[in-house]
Design a protein around this ligand. Structure first.
Ligand code: 5GP
Length: 345
C-alpha cells in the first residue's frame, strides 16, 4: 500500500481569479473551436459541449436542439437501427458534426455499432464508453475499433490519469473521456471507494493528451455553468454534461407530478433503474453504481444551453480571453474554502 499526498482538487475547491481585460462585452467572446483529430485526421468546428450518452440525456430530441446551437450530443447506445434510420432520414449532412454514436465494449455492442455505421457511413464520431477504462480488454477494444474504422473520430473512456490517457491515445483514440466518480448520479466513490477529484484529473489528463496531440473530454461533476468554465479553464477540450441537461422537455422520460410540482426521472447508466430497463436487472456479482433521482422539470433545454454558454462567456470576459481557445492560458485558479453565498437560499 502507498499513499500519495499531493493535493488533488475538485471544482468546489477553486475559483477563477479575475484579471484586467480590454474586452467590452461578453458578446465579443467566441466560443466556437476548431479541432483536428490525431488519428481520424478529421476537422471539427463548433461549441465543445457534449450531452452525455445517458438514455435520458443523449436523446435524438436533445441532439436536435443542441445541434442548432453548435453543440454535440453523444447519442445513447440503446436506440435501435430503425430509430437511427428514422432520425437521420432526410436530414442535412451538418448533423454528422453534431452527434456521436455510443457503444460499450462487448461483442454485441461492436456488432450493433457495425450495423449502424454500415447503414449510415457519414457518422463521424464513435464514443466507446465503459465505467472503467483501465482494463486490458478495453484497450484491445479501442485497438479493434481503430483498425476497423480508420477514418472515424474515436472517443474512449473513462479514465482519470495521464498514463492511461496516453495508452488510449496510442491505441487509437482521438479523444479520451476523463472522469471517474464525479457524476451527479454516480455512486462509484461510495460503492467502490474509487475516484479522482475532477479538476485535478482534467489538468493532469489534458497535459498528457496535449503532449501527444490528443484531446480530452471532461466528463461529469459540472453542477453549474461556473463548473463548465472551470473545466475549460483547467484544459478540457470538450465538456460533457449529464445532470445539467436533465429534466427538460427534450430529455427522456415522463414528467411526474408530485404535490403540484413537476419532476422528471434521471438516473445513472449503471443504476438499478437503467439495468432493469436495459439488462433485465443488476447482475448478481455487481453493485449498482448509479442513483435514480427526480429532478424538477425545467422546460425547454435551449434556455439552459443559453445559460451555460452565457456563464462561459462571462468567465472569458473576467480573465480577458476573447475566445474559448484562450481561456486556459488566461486562467489562474485560486484555492478557496467557500463558493456561493447560500444565506438566502
Ligand atoms: P454529470 O454531468 O451528471 O455530473 O455526469 C455525467 C456523467 O456521469 C456521464 O457522462 C457518465 O460518465 C457518468 N455516469 C452516468 N451514469 C453513471 C452511473 O450509473 N454510474 C457512474 N459511476 N457514473 C455514471
Amino acid at each position: 500500500m502507498r499513499i500519495e499526498t499531493d493535493l488533488k482538487l475538485g471544482f468546489k475547491d477553486v475559483l477563477i481569479r479575475p484579471k484586467r481585460s480590454n474586452l467590452r462585452s461578453r458578446s465579443q467572446v467566441v466560443l466556437e473551436r476548431t479541432y483536428s483529430f490525431l488519428h481520424s485526421r478529421r476537422q471539427w468546428s463548433g461549441i465543445p459541449v457534449i450531452a452525455a450518452n445517458m438514455d435520458t440525456i443523449g436523446t435524438f430530441e436533445v441532439a436536435e436542439v443542441l445541434a442548432e446551437h453548435g453543440l454535440l450530443s453523444a447519442i445513447h447506445k440503446h436506440y435501435s437501427l430503425d430509430e437511427w434510420d428514422a432520425f437521420l432520414n432526410g436530414r442535412d449532412d451538418a448533423i454528422y458534426q453534431r452527434i456521436m454514436v455510443s457503444t460499450g465494449s462487448s461483442d454485441a455492442d461492436f456488432a450493433k455499432l457495425g450495423l449502424i455505421l454500415a447503414k449510415h457511413p457519414k457518422l463521424e464520431f464513435i464514443c466507446i464508453d465503459v465505467a472503467n477504462g483501465y482494463t486490458e480488454s478495453f484497450v484491445e477494444f479501442v485497438r479493434k475499433a481503430r483498425a476497423t474504422y480508420g477514418d472515424k473520430t474515436i472517443v474512449a473512456g473513462n479514465v482519470v490519469t495521464g498514463e492511461m490517457v496516453e495508452e488510449l491515445l496510442l491505441s487509437g483514440a482521438d479523444m479520451v473521456k476523463v472522469g471517474i466518480g464525479p457524476g451527479s448520479v454516480c455512486t462509484t466513490r461510495v460503492k467502490a471507494g474509487v475516484g479522482y477529484p475532477q479538476l485535478s484529473a482534467i489538468i493532469e489528463c489534458a497535459d498528457a493528451a496535449h503532449g501527444l496531440r490528443g484531446r480530452i473530454i471532461a466528463d461529469g461533476g459540472c453542477a453549474c455553468p461556473g463548473d463548465v468554465a472551470k473545466a475549460f479553464g483547467a484544459g478540457a477540450d470538450f465538456v460533457m454534461l449529464g445532470g445539467m441537461f436533465a429534466g427538460h422537455d427534450e430529455s427522456g422520460g415522463q414528467v411526474l407530478e408530485r404535490c403540484g410540482q413537476q419532476f422528471k426521472l434521471f438516473y445513472g447508466m449503471s443504476s438499478s433503474t437503467a439495468m432493469d430497463k436495459h439488462a433485465g436487472g443488476v447482475a448478481e456479482y455487481r453493485a449498482s453504481e448509479g442513483k435514480t433521482v427526480e429532478v424538477p422539470y425545467r422546460g425547454p433545454i435551449a434556455d439552459t444551453v443559453r445559460d451555460i454558454l452565457g456563464g462561459v462567456r462571462s468567465a472569458c470576459t473576467y480573465v480577458g480571453a476573447s475566445s474559448l481557445k484562450e481561456l486556459t492560458k488566461c486562467t489562474t485558479f485560486i484555492r478557496v474554502q467557500e463558493q456561493e453565498n447560500r444565506s438566502l437560499s
